[in-house]
Write a protein that binds this ligand. Structure first.
Ligand code: ZN
Length: 293
């Protein structure tokens, strides 16, 4: 049996597709419409260009030599849709309703080495500190969602707690119509989050995270990146989607903190602003746990 997979285009969602595409590829040929063919370099998998207007996706597809041109997709059509399941099961469990894994769980990716990252690591070394990659709360133009951002002041709190032993490099897509959700914190050693010569692309970020000691982030694609690379991280949640649907027990477990009670408002985002308060001592104790585990 062959399969045609036409599913999510988000980078994080594509990372979560890895075990399922790998599983299907053992049963037949898989044709996947994906903006990120780099993630699916398995035997029997043929990547096809999807139609999308998303910026990061278009940039990655442009001139990308990993697409198949000589194959015509055929087979059973498969589509994942975790939207309705999110309140009851993890994203991975929702995908598994469509493609059973039968106890298998292939979840690996090895980033290519980036010269930009080599240069950053030289400066980290010179600082005598460890590397912390940080993704700050921002509002994306394409998919605005302030509700899931943790509060910016909590990022400053964590930076202050770590800055004597960590060198901070910020990543993300700020400055190209995107804005920080709050005042940019002080204490960032390198700003690599702006859309200019210093900006790191998604594969540079993968390599940077892979060679980091710690990651501090909002709820975004940093979660699946840290899970697939098995990197220590601390996620500060706001509202919208809590941590548990994103941390299936089969995945590498990363640290996090979230408001209590949590505003799980995934399907009614426009109606209100989530309450995101977390006691500072709780943030700092959860941060310590994330560092030690
Ligand atoms: Zn809410």
């Amino acid at each position: 049996m062959n399969y045609i997979l036409d599913s999510y285009f988000g980078f994080g969602d594509n990372i979560y597709h890895i075990p399922f595409v790998h599983k299907l590829s053992q049963q037949g040929e898989v044709f996947i419409y994906t903006p990120f063919p780099e993630l699916f370099q398995f035997q029997n998998v043929f990547c096809m260009k999807p139609v999308t207007n998303l910026k990061l996706q278009l940039k990655n597809m442009q001139g990308n030599g990993l697409y198949s041109h000589c194959h015509k997709p055929n087979g059973q059509r498969i589509r994942f849709n975790y939207g309705a399941d999110l309140k009851r099961m993890t994203v991975i469990q929702s995908f598994e309703k469509v493609v059973p894994l039968d106890g298998e769980f292939f979840f690996e990716f090895t980033p290519e080495r980036s010269t930009k990252v080599e240069e950053i690591l030289e400066r980290v070394k010179a600082s005598g500190k460890k590397l912390c990659v940080i993704r700050l709360p921002s509002i994306r133009k394409e998919w605005p969602n302030a509700n899931r951002n943790g509060k910016m002041e909590y990022f400053q709190l964590c930076i202050n707690a770590l800055k004597d032993s960590y060198y901070f490099v910020s990543v993300g897509d700020i400055g190209n119509g995107e804005e920080f959700d709050g005042t940019e914190p002080q204490g960032i050693d390198e700003h690599r989050d702006r859309h200019n010569v210093n900006h790191l692309d998604i594969w540079d970020v993968m390599d940077l995270v892979n060679r980091s000691d710690f990651v501090l982030s909002i709820q975004c694609n940093m979660i699946p990146i840290c899970q697939v690379l098995e990197k220590k991280a601390f996620i500060i949640h706001g509202g919208y989607v809590p941590h548990w649907p994103l941390s299936d027990p089969r995945l590498y477990q990363i640290g996090y903190v979230e408001p209590e009670p949590f505003c799980f408002c995934v399907n009614r985002i426009r109606e209100h602003v989530c309450k995101k308060d977390i006691p500072e001592d709780k943030i700092l104790s959860r941060l310590k746990e994330a560092l030690w585990n």
